[in-house]
Design a protein around this ligand. Structure first.
Ligand SMILES: [Zn+2]
Length: 200
């Protein structure tokens, strides 16, 4: 039913996380009704994202290409030795909102699964290990989802730290505040505060 340009556009939206065909078509209808200026500035935003933004070389959060680091890592007030390991950017964003810590992040991009292919996340753990070897007495807080995959990832990281004899690292995990099956991205502030306070 949709003309070809809209079908093509819909395919892009269907690839977005959490977006199915029905929502994708809603986006397409919305865009098709917007004035030319809106579409032009939308295109421009996409273009500047593509030319100006790049993943931070320190933590994998998006940052400005010209700085090489994200705003958090380039902030001198941040404690670079306290590193919160998270699965995805949204988890870091949610922790940022609590405003209760002064550390930096390390984004794995994906949880490590015992059954799925998660090579890129394993690569990231390797990068984390390399990074930690260069630090003196860093603290790593595993801020992962309290789900099967999150727990498996935590186990994998602990094993890798042991294997690489990272004895200089203080390693803790978020505490009880997070109930089983809960996802960090959706946890409220109070829950996150408790989880951070009770890290073990
Ligand atoms: Zn960064």
């Amino acid at each position: 039913m949709l003309p070809k340009p809209l079908q093509q556009l819909q395919k892009f939206f269907e690839k977005f996380p959490g977006i199915g065909p029905r929502q994708a078509s809603r986006f397409v209808f919305f865009l098709s009704k917007q004035p030319k200026e809106y579409i032009e500035s939308f295109i421009q935003s996409l273009q500047s994202m593509s030319t100006e933004v790049k993943l931070c070389s320190n933590c994998n959060l998006p940052g400005l290409k010209k700085n090489n680091l994200c705003t958090i890592c380039s902030d001198s007030r941040r404690d670079k030795k306290t590193i919160y390991v998270v699965e995805k950017e949204g988890d870091a964003l949610n922790l940022e909102k609590t405003n209760i810590h002064n550390g930096v992040y390390f984004v794995l991009g994906k949880n490590i699964s015992p059954v799925e292919k998660t090579q890129s996340a394993k690569e990231q753990v390797k990068n984390l290990v390399k990074k930690l070897k260069r630090e003196t007495n860093p603290e790593v807080i595993l801020a992962l989802n309290n789900t099967r995959e999150g727990n498996f990832t935590a186990m994998y990281i602990k094993e890798m730290f042991k294997e690489n004899e990272l004895n200089n690292v203080t390693l803790t995990s978020l505490g009880r505040g997070l109930s089983t099956g809960s996802e960090l991205e959706y946890a409220d502030e109070e829950t996150l505060r408790n989880a951070l306070k009770n890290r073990h």
